[in-house]
Design a protein around this ligand. Structure first.
Ligand code: PEP
Length: 247
């Protein structure tokens, strides 16, 4: 099973539902539809509406983040996993580099993962090295620390998806070579097999994936899908990514 996950970031109003309707229409007729799952993470404001409309459809809805306390607290602007689950989301991103940048550390991320899993939200856990770390050949050391500091054997690996997103690639048009990515994916799965004892959760790639760049990732069997930012805001681009992947 492959995953195509669209991260809308700070984008969308209730009318933006038309984008998802087009994607859903494509997916329901696609001859490859059984081979993949589509998940969209809109902003908090749209989760309830979208989750209701796409209940039992081809698209699942997730949040882009969640708070590290549960179910309620006195923290202004915080939204807990319990609250997210209660409006119909099935997934949540945790550890996106945008949020790590704003102060999410490993300790906090671990609480987020624990509360999300407790509320039966599947976790899309984002990891990735920055430009300097890559230049200094620290990629695997960084990824290993990000994974080992947060994930535990007792978490059910079926409820966790890893999104490898090199920070230098997000929104920049810069891509790892397929050989580079294949090697990194193999290393990530090795680390995960160590944590989870034997089997690894799914590992996705994210960073400047669009309808053109998707072609270079087709041959990398170790990659179980994609986390797509910018290109997920256009139904045409998102559909073309899926089409070109299976072409
Ligand atoms: C992201 O923000 O998670 C992302 C992958 O963005 P983009 O596809 O625009 O690089």
């Amino acid at each position: 099973m492959k995953y195509f996950i669209g991260n809308w970031k700070m984008f969308g109003v209730p009318n933006s539902i038309y984008i998802l309707k087009k994607i859903n229409t494509f997916c329901s007729k696609d001859k490859n539809r059984k081979k993949y799952r589509v998940i969209i993470t809109p902003p908090f404001t749209l989760i309830e509406k979208f989750a209701k409309i796409f209940k039992d459809k081809k698209i699942s809805i997730g949040s882009q983040n969640c708070y590290h306390k549960d179910p309620f607290s006195s923290n202004t602007s915080a939204v807990s996993p319990y609250m997210i689950k209660s409006v119909g989301a099935k997934y949540t991103l945790i550890g996106h580099s945008d949020n790590r940048n704003e102060g999410d550390n490993d300790h906090l991320l671990k609480s987020k993962v624990q509360f999300a899993l407790k509320n039966k939200l599947k976790v899309i856990f984002c990891i990735g090295e920055n430009k300097v770390e890559k230049k200094n050949k620290k990629t695997i050391v960084v990824l290993k620390k990000q994974l080992q500091n947060v994930l535990e054997k007792k978490f059910n690996k079926k409820d966790i998806i890893i999104a490898y997103e090199p920070i230098w690639s997000i929104g920049t048009g810069k891509l790892p070579t397929s050989l580079e990515l294949k090697k990194t994916a193999i290393q990530i799965k090795k680390i995960l097999k160590n944590i989870f004892k034997r089997k690894s959760p799914a590992v996705l790639y994210g960073g400047s994936v669009d309808e053109k760049s998707i072609k270079i990732f087709k041959e990398i069997n170790e990659i179980d899908g994609f986390l797509i930012g910018g290109a997920s805001k256009s139904s045409k681009k998102f559909i073309d990514i899926i089409k070109n992947y299976y072409r």
